[in-house]
Design a protein around this ligand. Structure first.
Ligand SMILES: NC(=O)c1ccc[n+]([C@@H]2O[C@H](COP(=O)([O-])OP(=O)(O)OC[C@H]3O[C@@H](n4cnc5c(N)ncnc54)[C@H](OP(=O)(O)O)[C@@H]3O)[C@@H](O)[C@H]2O)c1
Length: 265
């Protein structure tokens, strides 16, 4: 996207901007002179990111340290924006995490927290920020789903199901919003080198790593292009696109077996 001197007054909010794909997306927005609101739990890291992006790009960066697994987090974010009279032009719902293992052995509180962060907070923030975008007839939303959104994922059941929600919700919303000036894009990365695997307890995922792992900057760049082109679904990487295509052709039983083996611990 070309730089435009009017862009500096536009503001983008990125959840999960501490590191990984979210930080790379924030850096791309900063390069295009969007002011930023960075959301995540780690205030110190977010503040460090804010200082870096402000000094590199001469933009204004606000930090909102929020735990999106709290049910009032989205309300808290929007209250803080209102108090500062900040409007949001671009919403990037990126924060998310997974857990690898048998659902029956999972920690229930963590599974519920995953639904809250990956699904509920994304939907909640979108619902709160969307009306102003529609009223302005301008806005862009990027929801980070996953290739996991395309099929059920044994050994990561809740995570895959949460991303299926994100993809379905995003595509439906994109259609509802057709002609309003507001676009919705679902970014569906495959395995990406970030802190995600460690947090999900995927220490055993060498099979995935060796196959088609991408770096966070490349994934973010693909998502950013899709966002600005108003594309509805973006699967970065040829291998990931092939994989999602094959998964639709193969019998579901075979796909379930393959994924179960891929994620077995
Ligand atoms: N890496 C992959 O292989 C992969 C593949 C497909 C999709 N994805 C998706 O990509 C998105 C970004 O993940 P990533 O790969 O960049 O992983 P990451 O490096 O672990 O980053 C996750 C981000 O989400 C934030 N976050 C997690 N829990 C949070 C909470 N309770 N409240 C607020 N923020 C929270 C983290 O910030 P704090 O720790 O500061 O809270 C961090 O900034 C996620 O939605 C993930 O599902 C990743």
């Amino acid at each position: 996207m070309s730089e435009d001197s009017s862009r500096h007054t536009r503001t983008a909010l990125v959840t999960g901007a501490t590191r990984g794909i979210g930080f790379e997306l924030a850096a791309l927005l900063a390069r295009d002179r969007y002011d930023l609101v960075l959301v995540g739990r780690n205030r110190e890291q977010l503040s460090q990111n804010a200082r870096q992006l402000e000094s590199q790009h001469g933009i204004r960066v606000r930090v909102l340290a929020k735990d999106l697994s709290a049910s009032n987090a989205a309300d808290g974010i929007v209250d803080a924006l209102r108090a500062d009279m900040v409007g949001i032009d671009v919403l990037v719902n990126n924060a998310g995490f997974g857990w690898n293992g048998r659902f029956v052995e999972s920690d229930l509180a963590e599974q519920l927290s995953m639904i809250q962060v990956n699904v509920t907070a994304l939907m909640h923030l979108t619902r709160l920020l969307l009306p102003a975008m529609v009223a302005r007839r301008s806005g862009r939303i990027l929801n980070v789903a996953s290739t996991a959104a395309f099929y059920p994922g044994p050994m990561m059941a809740t995570y895959y199901a949460s991303k299926a929600f994100v993809l379905s919700f995003s595509e439906a919303l994109a259609e509802e919003l057709r002609g309003t000036g507001v676009t919705v894009t679902a970014l569906c990365p495959g395995p990406t080198r970030t802190g995600f695997q460690a947090r999900a307890g995927m220490g055993n995922s060498r099979r995935v790593k060796s196959l088609f792992v991408m770096d966070a900057a490349t994934v973010a760049a693909a998502g950013y292009r899709a966002l600005h082109n108003g594309k509805r679904v973006c699967v970065p990487g040829v291998l990931n696109r092939l994989m999602t295509m094959f998964a639709r052709i193969l019998p579901k039983a075979a796909v379930l077996q393959i994924l179960r083996n891929l994620h077995k611990r």
